[in-house]
Design a protein around this ligand. Structure first.
Ligand code: UGA
Length: 438
């Protein structure tokens, strides 16, 4: 089928490229000419495992093209996916201006047969509003909602192995088109959930909010573990084996970040503000996560014996491993708080250094972990990059000033760290047992 994607951010780019891989003829449109030039040269503007290879392969097979114009080419499409950003507005609502701008552009060219599919994350009620907007413009295009569940860093894998595909369609035309688009997946046994617009939109918000809940919950359990000398890693394992709970998203850490969870929970909370139902759980999760860095800071301060003029090595800046994205990264929030206490920052991240320059001073960003650790009084691991697991801790020890290392992702091999003569601290673990080898 001929499909177009409006917006080559994370969702649009990965979905567009992978849709061409499963057999569709794809055009990805973005108003950013520089991005389009780079994509036409087979180079993704974002870091995503394996994506460049798929882009080059699909361009060569002539089933994928990128362009920056809304033009007559759109008239040939069977369906158009809107995949532009819906950032938080100042009030926490989702800002839908990019969605409506895209609609205005495409409506100029398409005829009534083309199905418009909203893949951007939009608040419940939006797809219905969009359908009304299209009718008001005198057009009869059928509309559908089709949320995405891709994780940054695993997006190619997630596209090929989804747990389910959700479709909000209220006409047989829209439903049939979506079913046809996803036939290569459903033939492999992947479940298609078909529902109305609003439920489909809410499934997306509910999924992200539920996962964020799990993280906020396990972080709270980690605090309890620290207070009563229990071990949050064993706790997660023991909890997660219960199939009703499941083991995913039970890793305690510095709080959740990224461009989705924080934004989507705020948007859902903002939606409930206009309803008679109060969002007690959403409020609690937002609160818990926003207080997480400050509560961790207290522990760092205690271990460091005060932070004023102390040099802190920060390993990891992205909001999680496998991406170069720093949006709402807990590491940035932690750095802000550390600096407010007078700490001097020496940070390193394997993929996020370029993007870090928009948030930090150049001299705070180092080009290797060992450079970040040189002369540091205390070392923090903020992102769970594999590279940090494989660090030469003996060499690190040689350049450090202080030997305390706090693993805020609980993922290093503690024996390796301790054997190198460092003091290993984590969150949610019985600290004295970690350093039992000392
Ligand atoms: C999330 C969802 O997982 C995707 O399904 C969804 O499509 C996407 O949002 C979106 O709405 O676009 P993503 O933001 O890429 O994906 O990242 P996650 O892997 O979900 O991690 C989010 C945050 O939670 C990160 O800061 C991560 O470090 C943190 N996290 C995750 C934990 O602290 N503990 C965990 O056990 C898991």
């Amino acid at each position: 089928m001929k499909l177009a994607f409006i917006g080559t951010g994370y969702v649009g780019l990965v979905t567009g490229v992978m849709m061409s891989h499963i057999g569709h003829e794809i055009t990805c449109i973005d108003i950013d000419q520089e991005k389009i030039n780079s994509l036409n040269n087979g180079k993704s503007p974002i870091y995503e495992a394996n994506l460049d290879e798929y882009i080059s392969k699909q361009i060569k097979s002539r089933t994928l093209q990128f362009n920056s114009n809304f033009d007559e080419h759109l008239r040939k499409q069977d369906a158009i996916f809107i995949t532009v950003g819906t950032p938080s507005s100042q009030e926490g609502n989702a800002d839908l201006s990019h969605v409506y701008n895209s609609l205005d552009h495409i409506l100029e060219f398409i005829d009534d047969k083309c199905i418009i599919i909203i893949k951007s994350t939009v608040p419940p009620g939006t797809t219905k509003d969009i359908q009304n907007y299209i009718r008001k413009k005198g057009k009869n295009n059928h509309v559908a909602n089709n949320p995405e569940f891709l994780r940054e860093g695993n997006a190619v894998y997630d596209f090929l192995n989804p747990d389910r595909i959700v479709i909000g369609a209220e006409s047989s035309e829209a439903k049939t088109t979506l079913e046809k688009i996803y036939t290569p997946m459903t033939q492999q046994g992947i479940t298609l959930v078909t529902t109305d617009f609003t439920t489909s939109e809410l499934i997306k918000y509910a999924a992200n909010t539920f996962l964020a809940n799990k993280i906020a919950f396990i972080n709270e359990m980690a605090d309890i573990c620290e207070n009563i000398n229990a071990n949050v890693k064993d706790l997660s394992y023991g909890l997660g084996l219960d199939q009703r709970i499941g083991g995913a998203f039970l890793n305690a850490g510095p709080g959740f970040g990224g461009s989705c969870f924080p934004k989507d929970i705020l948007a859902l909370q903002s939606l409930t503000n206009n309803l008679e139902t109060r969002s007690l759980i959403l409020d609690a999760v937002i609160n818990a996560n926003s207080q997480r860095p400050a509560s961790i800071l207290k522990r760092i301060e205690k271990l460091a014996g005060g932070l004023n003029t102390k040099t802190v090595a920060v390993l990891g800046l992205t909001y999680k491993a496998g991406t170069d994205d720093l949006r709402s990264s807990p590491a940035l929030e932690m750095i802000k708080l550390l600096k407010e206490q007078g700490a001097i920052i020496q940070a390193y991240d394997p993929m996020g250094r370029d993007n870090a320059r928009n948030h930090m001073q150049n001299d705070e960003i180092k080009s290797s972990a060992i450079d970040a650790c040189r002369g540091a009084d205390i070392t923090l691991i903020l992102t769970e990059w594999d590279e940090f697991q494989n660090l030469n801790f003996d060499a690190i020890k040689q350049v450090l000033h202080g030997v305390k290392l706090i693993d805020l992702r609980n993922f290093l091999d503690q024996n390796k760290v301790i054997d190198a003569g460092l003091e290993y601290y984590t969150i949610g673990l019985n600290l004295s047992s970690c350093n039992a080898y000392n």
